[in-house]
Design a protein around this ligand. Structure first.
Ligand code: ARG
Length: 463
């Protein structure tokens, strides 16, 4: 019987040892050890299936289960000794298993390859992280619903081109963010459908000659089904790209919320107060309170989109089936997941404590002639053509600008000088409250509609 050198992988074929630098260069254990839990989970299911088809005895299965449980404990307690010599998480765990239980450990890899093993591990890993991401999105959504409820009647300027356009309610603005997050959630839920397909059984690329039961393994791991094609299973990472794409869109949304919070917290807008716990001071300027959390989240959106680009370029032009290139998928994926979870957490923690400065929001809407469109609509109701009304209101706004007054502060006579259609009731619509209340249809900014949107939002997430 030949003895096998377990020092190095597949070493029997090699006459020379691997170059020390190459060993380090090609190893992935420094980062893929994060998938240890999923690797053990996958091995337990594979072993149970091997036992059912008669490749492992009950005793061998029991030994494997005991060994893997011990390894799981060692990893959790930080006692496990990871070795670059064993290249990756898979080989490290398998080598330790063999140390612990002997021959049964060497049988675990029957009918399996690291190629289908790693594809399985990443899918399990992403599935777990998506569950966390979805929970964090919902936490943030609940914070937005609660805040929107408090601010359903709060009037602020709505902007287009970052110029005051029409008054809106702050609650309505917050519910716009809520909507964006609902779509983000749907994208992740959709992505999980394609992640949740099991590669195990594809082995290296062509499948295996053992009479494996892929349905059993899939069921044990909670996958919806085994994959259809072995070559495809070990090679494609499109699901990872989808995950990064959904993540990039989510971060794009968070970057927009961030930008608004940063602007609103400035002395120039002064619409909100971000609590001290989410800000930092300056080392030189004693007066500064910087909105670091939203700034950092805005900045982190760049790295996530960068990861999406990395993954797309990683897969571009790769021939079937597995190539070592694919080892490069882990770091961008892990960092994407970490960044999403942390940014969502920071936002969900911060949002309940962001205070609206209602007076300032109101005054700002007033200064910006936000009810000009309402005056035009009023004139149209009195029989004027919209284009003519647009012209008349432009003249009224100019008078307001020249005399430093809002439209609601012009006298009835002054307004009548522009059009005799104007009468006393014009002041109802020139008031900001009248303007928002008038937009009382589904999707509109009226407080009544905001409350309906909040109720629908709560029903949607069960919060
Ligand atoms: N560490 C590898 C990866 O992340 C595992 C698969 C290696 N397979 C192989 N045939 N070298 O992709």
């Amino acid at each position: 019987m030949t003895t096998v050198n377990t020092e190095k992988l597949s070493s029997a074929r090699f006459a020379e040892a691997t170059d020390a630098f190459v060993e380090e260069f090609t190893a992935s254990v420094t980062f893929d050890r994060r998938m240890a839990r999923q690797d053990i989970q996958g091995s337990l299911a594979h072993a149970a299936m091997l036992c059912k088809i008669g490749i492992l005895t009950q005793q061998e299965l029991a030994d494997i289960q005991r060994g893997l449980a011990q390894i799981g404990g060692e990893i959790e307690r930080g006692e496990f000794v990871w070795s670059i010599k064993q290249e990756d998480v898979h080989m490290n765990i398998e080598a330790r298993l063999t140390d612990l239980i002997g021959i049964a450990g060497k049988k675990l890899h029957t009918g399996r390859s690291r190629n289908d093993q790693v594809a399985t591990d990443i899918r399990l890993y992403l599935r777990d992280d998506i569950a966390t991401i979805l929970a964090q999105i919902e936490r943030l959504q609940i914070a937005l619903l609660d805040k929107a409820e408090q601010e359903a009647d709060t009037i602020m300027p709505g902007f287009t081109h970052l110029q005051v356009a029409q008054p809106v309610t702050f609650g309505h603005h917050l519910m716009a963010w809520f909507e964006m997050l609902s779509r983000d959630k749907e994208r992740f839920q959709d992505c999980v459908k394609r992640i949740n397909v099991m590669p195990l059984g594809a082995a290296a690329l062509a499948g295996t000659s053992y009479p494996i039961d892929r349905f059993m393994t899939a069921e044990l791991l909670g996958f919806s089904r085994p994959s259809n094609n072995s070559l495809d299973s070990v090679s494609d990472r499109d699901f990872a790209i989808e995950f990064a794409a959904a993540g990039s869109l989510l971060m794009m949304h968070l970057s927009r919320f961030s930008e608004e919070l940063v602007l609103w917290a400035s002395a120039q807008f002064d619409f909100i107060d971000i609590p001290d716990a989410f800000c930092t001071g300056s080392s030189i300027m004693p007066q500064k309170k910087n909105p670091d959390v939203p700034e950092l989240v805005r900045g982190k959106s760049g790295r996530v989109t960068g990861h999406l680009m990395s993954l797309l370029m990683l897969m571009k032009s790769q021939p079937l089936a597995y190539n070592k290139d694919n080892q490069e998928d882990k770091e961008p994926l892990f960092d994407t997941a970490d960044t999403l979870i942390n940014c969502l957490r920071a936002f969900a923690d911060m949002m309940p404590h962001v205070k609206a400065k209602r007076r300032n929001m109101y005054e700002s809407a007033k200064r910006g002639f936000a009810t000009a469109t309402d005056l035009a609509d009023y004139l149209v109701r009195k029989g004027m053509a919209f284009r003519d009304a647009h012209e008349v209101v432009g003249l009224a706004v100019r008078l307001g600008l020249e005399s430093g007054r809002d439209l609601s502060e012009l006298s009835l006579d002054e307004l009548r000088a522009f059009s005799s259609a104007v009468s006393e009731d014009v002041f109802d619509i020139l008031k900001l409250e009248g303007s928002v209340a008038a937009r009382n249809h589904i999707g509109g900014t009226a407080p009544e509609q905001v409350r309906k949107a909040i109720a629908a939002g709560r029903a949607q997430i069960g919060g």
